[in-house]
Design a protein around this ligand. Structure first.
Ligand code: PLP
Length: 405
C-alpha cells in the first residue's frame, strides 16, 4: 500500500493520529474541492434559475446519485443530514414516533453508540413501546441472534454494523439473518453503519435494511454531513422531520403540502459545501486499492494487538480474532493505570489515542469498567506510527506504575 500521508496536510506537523474512529483526517483533494466551491461556485441549491445556482444544484444531485449507486438505493432515498446522529434522529421523529405505540417492541443491542440508543429510549418513554436487547456474549464479545427475539410485537430493530468500541460484533452472515428475521415479522430495520462504512469493507447495500446511516467525517469526508438511506417502500409510513423552506411543494397561510423524498426530509438550505466535499471524497476513494487497504489496516491492527499483549495486565475488549482479521480499531485497558492518564501522557508525546467510554457507557458498564483506551487506524496510518505508539505506550505505562508505587 503506498504511503498516503502526503495527501493529508494534517500530518505536516508530525502528529501520530490514532483516533480515526472518532473523526478521520481529510485529504487535500476534499478540502480543496470545498474551498474552490465556496470561492468560485457557491450558489443556492434548488433556488436560482441563473447558471451558478443551476450548476451547483446539478453537482449536488449528481453526488446524491453517486451515493445512491454506491449504496444501491434510489437517489430519492438518499437524505443528507448533519451526521449519523441526526440521521438516526430523523428516523426517530419521522418513522418511530409516527408508527410505534404502547406495547410495540424495539429490538436493539446493549453495545450501541449513544446515538443509536438514546433516541430509542426516548421513543419508548414517549410512546410506551418496549426496548428489548439482543444477547451480548461476554466470552466471545459478539452479539447473538435468537429467533425468539423476533415476534409479532417487534416493530423496529436498530443495531450497529460494527461497534465503535469492539469492532466486529457479528458473526459472518448474522446481520443479513437479522434483517431477514426482522422482515419476516414485519419489523423495520435501521443499521448504524457509521463505523462500518468508513472503511468500505462491508457490502451494506445487499443487506436490504430499511434505513442505514453513514457519517461522512469518519470516511475522511467533511464534518457536518451524514447520509441516511431509506428504502423506497418505507416513505408512505414517514412524516417530514423538519418543517420550513425547501421541503414544501406549496404553502398557504394556514396549510402546506410537502415535496416527495428526498426534499421532504431536507428542510432549509442544503449542505452544499459538505456534499461537494463528499463528491471529491468518492473520487479519492477510487484512487485507493481496496484490497491493499484492507491488508494494510489488518497488518497495522495485528501489530497494535501485539504491542498491547506485550504490556503486563492488559486486556483487549473486543473479539481478538475478528479484530486481527479485518479490524480498524482496538480498545483495551491496562491493569492499575487509568485510560485518561495514558491518553494524556501519549498526547504530550504527540500521539493521539482515545480514552473514555467512547459514547458507549452501557457497554462499558456491561464489561465492568468506566473507561477504556481505543486505538484506531485509517488508510494514512503507517507502521512507523504504530511502532512509535508501541515505544511510547511502554514508557508511559512504566512511568504511571512507577508513580503509584
Ligand atoms: C457507531 C457510531 N454511530 C454513530 C456515531 C455518530 O456519528 P456522527 O458523529 O456522524 O453523528 C458514531 C460516532 O462516533 C459512531 O461511532
Amino acid at each position: 500500500m503506498k504511503d498516503l500521508k502526503k495527501d493529508f496536510r494534517f500530518f505536516d506537523k508530525g502528529e501520530i493520529y490514532l483516533d480515526s474512529a472518532a473523526t478521520a483526517q481529510t485529504p487535500e483533494a476534499v478540502i480543496n474541492a470545498m474551498a474552490d466551491f465556496d470561492r468560485t461556485e457557491r450558489a443556492p441549491i434548488y433556488k436560482g434559475v441563473y447558471p451558478s445556482s443551476e450548476q451547483a444544484t446539478a453537482r449536488y444531485e449528481q453526488i446524491r446519485q453517486q451515493i445512491a449507486d454506491w449504496f444501491s438505493v434510489s437517489p430519492n432515498g438518499v437524505i443528507f443530514t448533519s451526521g449519523a446522529t441526526e440521521a438516526i434522529n430523523l428516523v426517530m421523529h419521522s418513522w418511530a414516533m409516527v408508527n410505534l405505540k404502547a406495547g410495540d417492541e424495539i429490538l436493539i443491542s446493549p453495545i450501541e453508540h449513544h446515538a443509536n440508543l438514546v433516541p430509542w429510549q426516548v421513543v419508548a418513554q414517549k410512546t410506551g413501546a418496549i426496548l428489548k436487547f439482543i444477547d451480548f456474549d461476554l466470552n466471545t464479545r459478539l452479539l447473538g441472534l435468537k429467533e425468539s427475539d423476533f415476534t409479532s410485537k417487534t416493530k423496529l430493530v436498530c443495531v450497529t454494523a460494527e461497534s465503535n468500541v469492539l469492532g466486529q460484533v457479528w458473526q459472518p452472515g448474522d446481520l443479513q439473518k437479522l434483517i431477514e428475521l426482522a422482515h419476516s415479522v414485519g419489523a423495520r430495520v435501521l443499521i448504524d453503519a457509521a463505523q462500518a462504512a468508513a472503511h468500505c469493507r462491508h457490502n451494506l447495500t445487499q443487506l436490504g435494511a430499511d434505513f442505514f446511516v453513514v457519517s461522512a467525517h469518519k470516511m475522511m469526508g467533511p464534518v457536518g454531513l451524514g447520509i441516511l438511506c431509506i428504502k423506497e417502500d418505507v416513505y408512505p409510513e414517514m412524516e417530514p422531520y423538519q418543517y420550513g423552506g425547501s421541503m414544501v411543494s406549496s404553502v398557504q397561510l394556514t396549510n402546506s403540502q410537502w415535496q416527495r423524498p428526498p426534499q421532504m426530509f431536507e428542510a432549509g438550505s442544503a449542505f452544499s459545501t459538505q456534499v461537494i466535499g463528499l463528491g471529491a471524497l468518492l473520487t479519492y476513494f477510487k484512487s485507493i486499492d481496496r484490497s491493499a487497504l484492507i491488508q494494510h489496516e489488518q497488518n497495522l491492527i495485528r501489530s497494535i494487538i501485539k504491542i498491547i499483549d506485550s504490556i503486563e495486565g492488559s486486556e483487549i475488549l473486543g473479539n481478538r480474532q475478528y479484530a486481527e482479521n479485518g479490524g480498524h480499531l482496538v480498545s483495551f485497558i491496562i491493569d492499575g493505570v487509568h485510560p485518561h492518564d495514558v491518553a494524556s501522557l501519549l498526547g504530550m508525546q504527540g500521539i493521539a489515542v482515545r480514552a473514555g467510554n467512547h459514547c458507549a457507557q452501557p457497554l462499558h458498564q456491561l464489561l465492568g469498567m468506566n473507561a477504556s483506551l481505543r486505538v484506531s487506524v485509517h488508510c494514512y496510518t503507517t507502521q512507523a506510527d504504530v511502532n512509535a505508539f508501541g515505544v511510547a505506550l511502554h514508557e508511559v505505562v512504566e512511568q504511571l506504575r512507577e508513580y503509584s508505587r
